[in-house]
Ligand binder design. Structure first.
Ligand code: SF4
Length: 77
């Protein structure tokens, strides 16, 4: 993510956190910590569908392929 503050003011304040709904794997969560919303990214759940790269209202989420940029290695495919 490029700018955490933009993520809060736009994604959460303006659009009520669509990332928590469009991500099919539940990677993104808004949790409250000390009265402040905190954006949590559960990257280990990501199924690499790339929706967040397209859907984020500000293009603030920059999805990158896993494993050093060359994409996932699926040994049994
Ligand atoms: S690519 Fe983005 S939208 Fe798709 S599962 Fe991963 S975090 Fe969620």
């Amino acid at each position: 993510m490029k700018n955490p503050e933009l993520q809060r003011t736009s994604e959460l304040d303006a659009f009520a956190g669509p990332s928590t709904r469009y991500c099919p794997a539940g990677v993104y969560e808004w949790v409250e910590k000390d009265g402040q919303p905190v954006f949590v990214i559960n990257a280990q759940n990501c199924v690499h569908c790339k929706t967040c790269d397209i859907k984020d209202p500000n293009q603030n989420i920059n999805w990158v392929p896993p494993q050093g940029g060359e994409g996932p290695v699926y040994p049994n495919m």
